[in-house]
Write a protein that binds this ligand. Structure first.
Ligand code: NAD
Length: 495
């Protein structure tokens, strides 16, 4: 039995019951209510932001040396690692994902804290070229309070990608996790509270406040103490946050949706491509921002490749995330499953051929869960809604292409620009096409691999700014220029 967190939220270091409506968290493998957590309110956001601002200004934190801050981040990483089994089980219960996936996410979160510790410990400020009787320096300072708003699909990893660099940069953080999946964010909050207490640092540096995005998330974004917001979620929400940020003239990082193309050229290693395409769309049941949801196959290979892909897709093992044999776990929530099903109905009405899947799996094992069959569609033009809109489920739409120009035109004909996969043995072609693709990440002969050292983010309506990499710490700081006069005489103008 997985240990469930108490019905408390974290308000500037204090664990208290949320003053909002109860949120029932549900295990999507069987529809069982796991627990109830009371949502926070806008008044508690106010407390969190004010408390965060006070904590961030305390000299023990404000003046802390980078290697001491790095020690805090390492300690959080260690605590995450020590509690990995519990955190993975909790996230599997809350999101439905397989234990293999949630285990990997937990280890990646631990690595994120350690990496951002190393990044801040080794960060340098710059002396910039001076043209006069002065020395010019760039220094970097925290914003004070950072608002972090995260989605339900990979909570601990997206939480860590925001909290770690924001703390490393010297801020306080108010985290607003998604309503469907607050449990692992609250558990992470407990570990960070422990690490802060051990190191004698202000507890108010962290708040974790679940609740409805349009109320709590919006209150957080608009709060005058919040100097920067880092958001991961859908493009529509990102646009709303961008508008609110513009009113305050506040910087935002937006990691948004995608409709990423994966491309199989006629010279691809077919075995590798089949495995990569399947993993790209059906792992995490397609609930990944980078899901390779549009498949382009060279026309000469199209029928053969699709035939084999469909054959293999029918054999994927569907089951609860706790079963080690499971490849395709339930979706996060019945409501989301129904939205995915509605998209497949739309595809049918647009004239799609449903090559496999296209419904809910049958049998007592699946009855009460939020399962959906891995689905392959084709027969639609790239302009169809099914080929253009993010479905965020195990639904792949396949299209043929004739040559490189045709491919690039179709692949880039989307509002999104998050990721792309290329399968070819021709290195020159891979280079050429990778450079023409409008995508923040291009994987060549692999897919959905991540390194914390590599910046990640989208082009076009997939986002603004980058997470991860050494520069992530700088994204949570504002640059200040210092001019330091070196001349003994007064400025000539005043003479
Ligand atoms: P969502 O946009 O509905 O919600 C994300 C978060 O924003 C939640 O915490 C929600 O409560 C909050 N929110 C909603 N309205 C808000 C508002 N007006 N102001 C402030 N906060 C608000 O997204 P979701 O359904 O939770 O997640 C799925 C989406 O996330 C997909 O589009 C997916 O592509 C995207 N995503 C992107 C990345 C990336 O790195 N680019 C990673 C994971 C998920």
């Amino acid at each position: 039995m997985v240990q469930l967190p108490a019905d408390e939220v974290l308000i500037a270091g204090e664990w208290r019951r949320g003053a909002g409506a109860p949120i029932e968290t549900v295990d999507p493998s069987d529809g069982r209510v796991l627990t109830t957590v009371h949502a926070a309110t806008a008044a508690q956001i106010e407390e969190a932001a004010e408390g965060g601002a006070r904590a961030a200004a305390e000299p023990v934190w404000r003046d802390q040396l980078p290697h001491h801050r790095a020690a805090l981040l390492r300690r959080i990483g260690d605590l995450v690692e020590e509690n990995a089994a519990h955190l993975a089980a909790l996230q599997t219960a809350d999101t439905g994902k397989t234990l293999a996936e949630t285990g990997a996410l937990v280890h990646s979160a631990a690595g994120t804290f350690r990496y951002m510790g190393a990044a801040v410990e080794t960060a340098e400020a710059e002396v910039t070229p001076s043209r006069g009787a002065y020395v010019t320096l760039n220094v970097y300072e925290p914003y004070g309070v950072v608002g972090a708003v995260t989605p339900w699909n990979s909570p601990i990893a997206s939480d860590a990608q925001k909290i770690a660099p924001a703390l490393a940069a010297g801020n306080a953080v108010v985290l607003k996790p998604a309503e469907w999946t607050p449990l692992v964010s609250l558990a992470l909050g407990r570990l960070i509270t422990t690490a802060l207490a051990e190191q004698g640092l202000p507890a108010g540096l962290l708040s974790v406040l679940p609740g409805p995005g349009r109320v709590i998330g919006d209150a957080l974004v608009r709060h005058p103490r919040v100097g920067k917001v880092s958001f991961t979620g859908g493009t529509r929400t990102g646009r709303a946050i961008g508008h609110a940020a513009a009113e305050k003239v506040m910087p935002v990082t937006l990691e948004l949706g995608g409709k990423s193309p994966t491309v199989v050229f006629d010279d691809a290693d077919v075995e590798q491509a089949l495995a990569g395409v399947e993993y790209g769309i059906f792992s995490s049941s397609g609930q990944a921002c980078v899901a390779g949801s549009r498949l382009f196959v060279a026309r000469s290979l199209y029928d053969e490749f699709l035939g084999e892909l469909v054959e293999r897709t029918r054999k994927l093992r569907i089951g609860p995330g706790t079963d080690p044999a499971t490849q395709v776990a339930p979706l996060v929530h019945r409501r989301h499953r129904d939205a995915v099903a509605a998209y497949v109905d739309l595809a049918r009405s647009e004239g799609a051929r449903v090559l496999c899947g296209g419904g809910v799996p049958e049998g007592p094992r699946y009855e009460d869960g939020a399962y959906y069959l891995p689905t392959v569609l084709d027969g639609l033009p790239n302009s169809a809604r099914t080929c253009q809109e993010e479905i965020f489920g195990p639904v792949l739409v396949a299209l043929p292409f004739d040559d490189e120009d045709d491919l690039v035109a179709q692949a880039n004909d989307t509002v999104y620009g998050l990721a792309c996969g290329l399968w070819t043995r021709d290195a020159r072609r891979a280079w050429r096409v990778a450079r023409r693709m409008e995508a923040g990440t291009v994987w060549i002969n692999t897919y959905k691999q991540f390194s914390i050292a590599t910046p990640f983010g989208g082009m076009k309506e997939s986002g603004l700014g980058r997470d991860k990499g050494r520069d992530a710490v700088r994204a949570y700081q504002r640059q200040k220029a210092l001019y330091w006069g070196t001349d003994d005489s007064p400025l000539p103008w005043a003479r």
